[in-house]
Design a protein around this ligand. Sequence first.
Ligand SMILES: Nc1nc2c(ncn2[C@@H]2O[C@H](COP(=O)(O)OP(=O)(O)OP(=O)(O)O)[C@@H](O)[C@H]2O)c(=O)[nH]1
Ligand SMILES: [Mg+2]
Length: 321
Amino acid sequence: MNNNMSDDILQKNETGSEDDQFRSGYVSIIGAPNVGKSTLLNTILGQKLAIVTPKPQTTRNQIRGILTTDSHQMVFVDTPGLMDPKYRLQSEMVRTAYGALRDADVVLFVIDVAHPNTDIQNMVIEQLSGRKRTKTILVLNKVDLVEKPKLLPLFEEYSNKFDFDAMIPISALKKDGVKELLEQITPYLPPGPLYFPEDQLSDLPERFFISETVREKIMLITQREVPYATAVVVEEFEKRTRRNTDEIIYIRAIVYTEKQTQKQIIIGKGGKQIKRVGELARHDIEKFLDSPVFLELYVTVKADWRRDIIQLRELGGFLDL
Ligand SMILES: Nc1nc2c(ncn2[C@@H]2O[C@H](COP(=O)(O)OP(=O)(O)OP(=O)(O)O)[C@@H](O)[C@H]2O)c(=O)[nH]1
Ligand SMILES: [Mg+2]
């Protein structure tokens, strides 16, 4: 398990039979891009932790969200969508996603029933085949987009491909079937300690969620290559109290692009686009931090950062490279 949590391990229910023992474990969410992994994480936690866009390859890092009840603690790990990587950022994303299988007690393999991607699914199933001891649940997402009779043959099709421990149809967006999914996961967790304090929602720093929020807004309002060539780093995060005003959080973030033309697109005519990004992001960040925020955004060019390992570490948040 993660080394940075060893100090936080708190023992709970040290005695008692296996049935009434506290259960805890890691639940990794994997699958092709755009199938709804991050939406599922957010629905499970009842809070927006991971950014979501209609574009594939939105998530670039492992995003851990913690769900604690009286009887168990589940540490969900959202991951980047699996793909055939074409450049370094993508291969790091794939490595990051498969890395989440390593520590998993339960794997949720998410598919989009409306747009199944057979090539990627077969690739994932091949990886899963080497890990038969981990409980693996097939999550058939986006059932709101297909008629019920079309779902039935899918159960047979997938049970022929892999010996899944369970197959659960859900709509992460409409919050259908998610309760049943959680009920299915619970008995698969091993008896274990509370890894994180009960009220902790994630182990990622606030700065990460802020930079992701800005990136989400850029991904939503730009097209083609621009969303993929963008990275965001929070440079300053400071609580300030001004005379006669309430406390405000001052945030300065740098938006990196690969080319001058991309920078111009993000800034827009007369700074219109970046202003819009700032307004949308500030709204979400204020909600997340529950405080007024002053958000300053700068756009700058770092040529080819997606292919450069040093810059990836700096901009992509792949701190464990
Ligand atoms: N109709 C419908 N749309 C969904 C559902 N779940 C997710 N979506 C949509 O699918 C799109 C992708 O969702 P994400 O949660 O970002 O998907 P992801 O698997 O995390 O994607 P990557 O991070 O790119 O790998 C978004 O537009 C979501 O609103 C669902 O149950 N039903
Ligand atoms: Mg995602």
